[in-house]
Design a protein around this ligand. Structure first.
Ligand code: GLA
Ligand code: ZN
Length: 674
């Protein structure tokens, strides 16, 4: 069994990407002094260093990295060592220009940035294996080594390549997946529009076509691209396992749905020893702490509930958005501890010392351009101390209340061309349902639609367009055995090949929901409808989508009050076996989602969390060392969070009973007695 925790790390992880090759070695001395001052426990090193480590083919220069690792070790800083395979040196590309990836319209990218890789390219694969082997041999048992950091953020910025070697690789992938060309024809529905193939060798990647391409081909290409990239991770991981036993291997994910959309992290989570994640606030006007919580919950879920590690976030602003606001005072600590509340074993950053040159010089860092006489540095030192005070939570697990189903394959399928409405967006529904649950102070586990759901009183399905028959059966069993299910529209429509399930919609869910959908009836831009509940239940506004729903066992709880579907069911409830299945056939705004959720939560027997203001987040971590209540106040007003059990607040050392004061913008962590 491979190790799953950073070797030799006895504290929560605190530190960042450390790229000292940008500075003379004299600066390194100051770096380690400041690291000690801030309580840095681990740094990520060498992620982009291939060109320095192998300046010419087969000629290695490890001297600087030897000195660096020894220096860090001497200063008590553990090392997360990168394999630098995300940026091969220029000499490699000049020898192997076909290793540069090609876009769907035939453009070949040039060297000069990062992540320009055709993952099918045999020369790239061989070169990556060589440098990984060299590093593993040299540093596999270095005393500073805590874990291996393979590559960097697989899947971005290039999620798929469309070159000829990828075409050949895709055909091999199809042969493995389907066996024969006839099976591919059947799965892709090539009888339509005369797309029938008579040999696998005729099949190409879904390159640019004059109008909509074959959707099942496009979906399979997404699967193929994901699997191909994963093959390269696994190849490096296996080298590291062999040559550096006992050291966990990770690669940094970007689970936030807005930050990477091309990897199936359910599959990736099974391949890494320790799940790590990068998270950056997207400042799009929405509540960034909700997006953060969602990404953290998704990361923990991908880790199967086990502790994971936030490997990158920012001390303040980033530099790759159109507008990059600085973080407010206290926000960095609140962000960090929000990840920790949801299962992270620490908080790390991009990057340690802010660059003076290169593409990311305006990205914040732990040591800003302004040095140590700065607000950011003082907050960094303070955060180091806070994480030091929380060391005993290591190994505890976040306690979930409900599950939300999520599946990258379904998301990919739903985003293909020519759907009933481009205004319907699976991610928007996932975000909105998550936000509604967050606002009810419920902690969310994400789950794959075929996972065992029996532990959850409530399961929410925001938009799961692609659902296998097995997933449909899974949900039916879940409800029959007493679960409460809440399903949003346009779920359970197609199978794994993007083929509509036989019979009326929603094919995978008809029985469990007790209804059929005769027709989708999306609304025009700006159009909305009202839905009316039974006596006393308020009217709700809805937009984007309506449907002609025919109840077949379900009761109608809200109906459409106007529009084409006026008088028909809008929200239904179906008792099945011991449980209940709710269906929402339109896009409800926040108040509507909350109203429906309140009813579903009642069916699920989930008691409402009273006495908690909006934007005061409460999360529990629990394990052998105790139960810890994290209270995060994202508001500008002091708050009091009720405590059922008294305890000790770990950041102030104070006792708390009945409730804990959480000042505006602050975080409190109470170890509950017992
Ligand atoms: C990503 C990368 C880092 C850096 C940051 C900047 O997470 O992994 O190298 O570019 O973004 O936000
Ligand atoms: Zn390629």
């Amino acid at each position: 069994m491979p190790e799953t925790t950073p070797k030799g790390l006895t504290r929560l992880a605190f530190g960042g990407d450390y790229n000292p090759e940008q500075w003379p070695e004299s600066v390194w001395q100051e770096d380690v002094r400041l690291m000690r001052e801030a309580g840095v426990s681990m740094v990520s090193v060498g992620i982009f260093s291939w060109a320095l480590l192998e300046p010419a083919p087969g000629a290695y220069d490890f001297g600087w990295l030897d000195r660096l690792l020894d220096l860090l070790h001497a200063n008590g800083v553990r090392v997360d060592l990168g394999t630098p395979t995300v940026v091969p040196p220029v000499w490699f590309y000049r020898e192997h220009p076909e290793a540069l990836p090609v876009t769907a319209d035939g453009t070949r990218y040039e060297f000069g940035s990062r992540g320009a890789i055709c993952h099918s390219n045999a020369d790239y694969r061989a070169a990556a294996a060589r440098i990984t082997t060299e590093l593993a041999r040299r540093y596999g048992d270095h005393p500073a080594l805590a874990m291996w950091h393979v590559h960097n953020e697989y899947g971005v910025p290039v999620s798929a390549c469309y070159c000829d070697s990828c075409a050949a690789h895709f055909r091999r992938w199809l042969a493995d997946a389907y066996g024969t060309v006839d099976a591919v024809n059947e799965a892709w529905g090539t009888a339509f529009w005369g797309q029938r193939y008579t040999g696998l060798e005729q099949i190409n990647p879904p390159r640019v076509t004059p109008t909509a391409g074959n959707p099942a081909q496009a979906l399979d290409y997404k699967r193929f691209a994901d699997a191909t990239i994963r093959e390269n991770f696994v190849a490096e991981r296996d080298i590291l396992h062999r040559l550096s036993p006992g050291v966990p291997v990770t690669t940094n994910f970007m689970t936030a749905l807005s930050q990477c959309d091309s990897l199936d992290y359910w599959a990736w989570g099974r391949e890494v020893d320790l799940v790590t994640n990068d998270h950056y606030l997207i400042t799009d006007g929405r509540r960034t702490h909700v997006n953060l919580a969602m990404a953290a919950d998704l990361t923990r879920s991908v880790a199967g509930g086990a502790p994971w590690l936030l490997l990158e976030h920012s001390t303040s602003g980033v530099n790759w958005q159109a507008r990059n606001p600085a973080k407010a005072p206290g926000q960095m600590a609140r962000n960090s501890l929000a990840h920790v509340a949801r299962g992270s074993e620490g908080a790390m950053f991009f990057q340690w010392r802010q660059s003076r040159r290169g593409a990311e010089k305006f990205h914040s860092a732990m040591v800003p351009h302004g040095g140590t006489d700065t607000r950011v540095w003082r907050e960094v030192v303070e955060l180091g101390a806070s994480l030091g005070a929380l060391h005993e939570i290591r190994g505890t697990r976040t306690r979930p209340d409900v599950a939300v189903l999520w599946d990258w394959h379904s998301w990919w399928a739903q985003n293909l061309e020519w759907r009933p409405s481009e205004d319907h967006d699976a991610r928007e529904r996932a975000d909105s349902f998550y936000e509604a649950l967050y606002d009810r102070h419920l902690t969310v586990d994400f789950a794959h639609p075929e996972a065992d759901l029996s532990a959850y009183p409530l399961v929410v399905v925001p938009a799961l367009y692609l659902m296998t028959e097995a997933a449909g059966r899974n949900l039916r069993t879940y409800v029959e055995n007493g679960g409460t299910l809440l399903v949003s529209y346009f779920s359970g429509i197609v199978d794994e090949h993007d083929a509509v399930h036989e019979g009326a919609h929603p094919g995978a869910l008809r029985d469990v929901l007790g209804l059929t959908v005769e027709e989708f009836s999306p609304l025009l831009e700006g159009e909305s409808v009202r839905v009316t509940g039974p006596g006393g239940v308020p009217d709700l506004a809805a937009d984007v989508w309506t449907e002609f729903v025919v109840p077949r066992g379900a009761e109608t709880v809200w109906s459409y009050a106007d529009g084409l579907t006026a008088g028909r069911p809008a929200v239904t409830r179906h008792r099945l076996g011991e449980g209940t299945a709710w269906y929402v056939s339109t896009r409800l705004a926040a108040d509507g989602l909350d109203a429906v959720l309140a009813r579903a939560a009642e069916d699920a027997g989930l008691p409402p969390r009273t006495g908690l203001p909006r934007d005061v987040e409460v999360v529990l971590r629990t394990g052998e060392s105790g139960t810890y209540l994290f209270a995060l106040n994202h508001t500008g007003t002091d708050a009091e969070v009720p405590l059922e059990t008294p305890g000790t607040e770990l950041l102030t050392g104070e006792r708390a009973a009945g409730g804990v004061e959480v000042p505006a913008g602050a975080v409190r962590v109470v170890r509950l007695d017992g």
